[in-house]
Design a protein around this ligand. Structure first.
Ligand code: MLT
Length: 312
């Protein structure tokens, strides 16, 4: 029987599903492959960083229960003939909902307003008067009629684009890797930017949904900020390294970027003004964790049984 090692894939349903597949499942919260019984045929991993791990001699496949594979040493795997899977689309709805939630909440200054209201604790009867001041301070903007630029029109980007249209936004799409016409279920009402510069120049909000590669690393930088509208709001639920941090800090400071919403906080980002930092919650829903884990387990099962390496 093939052995499968699983990291924090929490739902019992998922584990049952994997177990039903006829695999011998070990669930581990930390990875050390330190004895023969833990010399797995395959590993399903979510967040654990696999870069420093010595693979056991049996390892044939690693499946990432998520979209990004930057916690997996893909090159080393390729050299050793280990197949790497990911689960494109399985968490797309969760990320889409988070993008639209934060986009609207940011436009209405909701995060600042809620934090400010908390400071009124203890003010007693003064609260209604103080609330009037807060009301003036946190006047927001509606997203209706504003332009959303969506970079990357894969599973997540296409969902965001389509739903933003339903919210009466104008939507411009661009994809650096795939032809916009082959993008997943994309509404015909999404305007297709011919170049990324066209998207940058015309968007009030920009959301990015591309993987981290040599081409996309640092794509938000001083040069690209200079093309954008004054006060543009940027949402990053893809990878922190897409943004050049020092340039972002300067752009937030001088108001070129009105707000940076990011799922990838670090010491620098947290201290920047006008930043909404979220602890990598974009895909963190019960449904998405389950979808990703099931998809990853099925891929591995199929691969171990039939040798199929199709990532679906
Ligand atoms: C992903 O790569 O799928 C996302 O970053 C979500 C996650 O890993 O939590």
């Amino acid at each position: 029987m093939s052995t499968l090692l699983v990291d924090k894939v929490k739902t019992i349903k998922t584990l049952n599903n994997i177990a039903d597949s006829g695999l011998n499942v070990f669930k581990k919260d930390t990875f050390t492959i330190d004895n023969d019984s833990e010399n797995p045929d395959a590993i399903v991993v979510r967040s654990f960083n696999m870069h420093s791990l010595d693979f056991g001699s049996n390892l044939k496949a690693i499946a990432r229960a998520g979209a990004g594979v930057n916690n997996i040493p893909v090159e080393k795997c390729t050299e050793q003939g280990i197949v790497v899977f990911n689960t494109p689309g399985a968490n797309a709805n969760a990320v889409k909902e988070m993008v639209l939630t934060t986009l609207m909440a940011s436009s209405r200054n909701l995060f600042d307003g809620v934090a400010w209201t908390k400071t009124l604790e203890g003010e007693g009867e003064q609260i209604p008067k103080l609330v009037e001041a807060g009301k003036k301070q946190f006047v927001g903007k509606e997203i209706k009629g504003k332009t959303l630029g969506v970079i990357g029109l894969g599973a997540i980007g296409a969902l965001v684009a389509n739903d933003a249209l339903d919210l009466d936004m104008d939507v411009i799409g661009f994809d650096p890797f795939i032809s916009v016409d082959t993008a997943w279920n994309l509404s015909r009402n999404v305007q297709r930017a011919m170049t990324i510069e066209e998207l940058f120049a015309n968007s009030d909000y920009i959301t990015v949904h591309v993987p981290l590669t040599d081409e996309t690393k640092g794509m938000f930088n001083q040069g690209t900020f200079s093309i954008m509208k004054q006060g543009v709001q940027i949402l990053n639920f893809s990878r922190g390294e897409l943004v050049h941090e020092t340039d972002m800090e300067a752009a937030l400071e001088n108001g070129k970027v009105g707000r940076y919403i990011t799922d990838f906080p670090n010491e620098n980002v947290i201290k920047m003004k006008n930043t909404i930092s979220i602890p990598h919650l974009g895909a963190s829903t019960q449904e998405s964790e389950e979808n990703c884990a099931i998809m990853a387990a099925r891929q591995v099962k199929d691969f171990l049984e039939t040798g199929n390496i199709k990532n679906s």
